[in-house]
Design a protein around this ligand. Sequence first.
Ligand SMILES: [Zn+2]
Length: 136
Amino acid sequence: MDAKTVTDAHAAHRPLLSMQEQQEKLRDGEIWGFHCDACGYEQFSPMLRCPKCRKSDLSTRQFSTTGKVVSYTIQSVAAEQFMNETPFAFAIIDLDDGPRISGWVPWVARPDDLPLGATVEFTPSYKPGMMFEKKG
Ligand SMILES: [Zn+2]
C-alpha cells in the first residue's frame, strides 16, 4: 500500500483518492484518507489543498479502524434503512491513528450503553455512512 504524493501541477487538480475508491476501501474494512505532508493535518474527506496551512503537498494514508467516542446523539427514530439497528448513536469518533470522523453505532438506547471515551471499531456495512461497533 504505497502512499501517492502529488508531484506535478496537473495531478494536483484531482483528488488523490476518488470517493468511489474510498468507498471500496471501506467495504474492504480499511479507512483511507488524506494527510498533509507540510503540517501533518489529516482528514477523511477529500481535499485538494490543506485547510490548515493551504499547501497542496498531500498524500493518501490508511488510518486505524479503532477509535474513541468523543460525543454522540441517540437516534431512536430512523430512516427505513436503519430500522434494524435502531436505536443507534450518531457519534463523533477520534481514530486512534487518524483524524476525527463521524459514524454511527447500532444499539445505543441510553448513555450507559456507550460511555464517552468508549473504544469502537469500524465494521464494513452496506448501510449509508460508517458503522462502528462497541469493542470489548
Ligand atoms: Zn497542512
